[in-house]
Design a protein around this ligand. Structure first.
Ligand code: SAH
Length: 243
């Protein structure tokens, strides 16, 4: 079964955009996933095809209409009844690698992209919609968020990236950030690759990478480190990664 992505947007021409290139683009061409960008405006009913209106109670900007969005969502649900419908919004649950992995294991995803001030709240009461944020900052529209989420999903699909995405070594896969990488030249601007990586001693290399991953996570992301089971004050040198 192919992972089917549907995007509800006022800017369907933004897709596949960057996902038409490199790994995701190759996988799309090979039919490992599919993408349908659906124009929200096609579900407008008045003669001006309006999708937004002024905010009730006053204030700046425009709000996307619940009736038009619901018709677009219903259309998407008819085509892909089992795919979760996800609205891109800064107030949503922060996107995580765990959620990405669940999505990639499923039938696909329908993504609703906001614009202007966002969505009429009643949409979320009337339809089964999950709200997701890609981070604590404000974008001008949900399309770039949708691209981010899809990119993260597509690289996990079977046979898209081969071995490199299946391991648990990458950042977030085991609750830690990744250890540092090096490649040739051996010496660059007077800096040598760490000796342990040239030792050929796989157990030592494993231990070094584990301790580096722990140390980097502890220093840069105390929140992740704590969730992982470390405490911010504890020396990570003895901390072995859960395998
Ligand atoms: N008034 C809203 C921001 C609207 S930004 C607020 O203050 O919360 C316009 C659209 O961009 C949103 O509807 C949403 O679809 C998208 N967007 C903005 N920031 C986002 C983020 N961090 N994650 C996901 N989508 C975002």
């Amino acid at each position: 079964m192919t992972f089917a992505a549907q995007i509800l947007t006022l800017y369907p021409e933004m897709f596949p955009g960057p996902l038409g290139h490199s790994i995701a683009g190759r996988a799309l061409a090979e039919g490992r996933w599919s993408l349908e960008a659906i124009q929200i405006r096609d579900f407008a009913t008045d003669k001006h095809r309006s999708v937004d209106d002024t905010p009730a109670g006053g204030g700046a900007g425009m709000v996307l209409r619940a009736d038009v969005l619901a018709s677009a969502v219903d259309h998407a649900l008819e085509r892909s009844p089992n795919a979760p419908v996800i609205a891109m919004t800064p107030r949503g649950a922060p996107l995580t690698q765990g959620r990405v992995r669940q999505l990639a294991d499923g039938p696909g995803v329908t993504i609703l992209c906001g614009r202007f001030e966002g969505f009429d709240e009643r949409l979320f009461e009337a339809r089964p919609i999950e709200e997701i944020s890609i981070g604590d900052y404000v974008l001008s529209g949900g399309e770039t968020g949708a691209l981010v989420m899809l990119d993260a999903c597509v690289r996990l699909l079977p046979d898209v990236m081969g071995a490199s995405s299946s391991g648990d070594e990458e950042s977030f896969e085991n609750g830690l950030l990744e250890y540092p990488h090096y490649t040739r030249p051996q010496i660059w601007e007077g800096r040598a690759i760490p000796e342990v990586l040239r030792s050929g001693d796989h157990a030592r290399i494993r231990a070094w990478r584990d301790s580096q991953a722990a140390e980097i996570t502890r220093l840069r992301r105390p929140d992740l480190w704590e969730r992982h089971g470390g405490t911010p004050d504890q020396s990570p040198s003895g901390a072995r990664r859960k395998r």
